[in-house]
Design a protein around this ligand. Sequence first.
Ligand code: NI
Length: 131
Amino acid sequence: MSTLTVHHIGYLVKKIEKAIQTFQSLGYEIEQETTYDDIRKVNICFLIKDGYRIELVSPVSEDSVVSGLMKKYKNCPYHICYETADFDTDYASLTANGFIAIDTPTSAPAMKGREVVFLNSATAGIIELLK
Ligand code: NI
């Protein structure tokens, strides 16, 4: 059985400060102020509304991990993050079901240094797995 629970929805935004204001106008509240992820070269801010957690992700430089996606998609949700209570089992199950890792488990400064890995599915798109 999968131990996955939804942790957040990752949302690409071009201008994070303006996006925060817009999300606030929709009723979102800041859960965690903007943090710079120096590994992925993005700014990250967590917002909450009605129990839903949104992660705003904004590229800081041309070589950020999301610069390619930003060119393709502009402002939009692009991944769902699942927290796992049993990483090895869930990871094996996901890869057996067509998910392919697009990086390796790496510390996430905006998530207290916890490790995350991104995977892609031809039928379900990008997910993030949080250890
Ligand atoms: Ni995320």
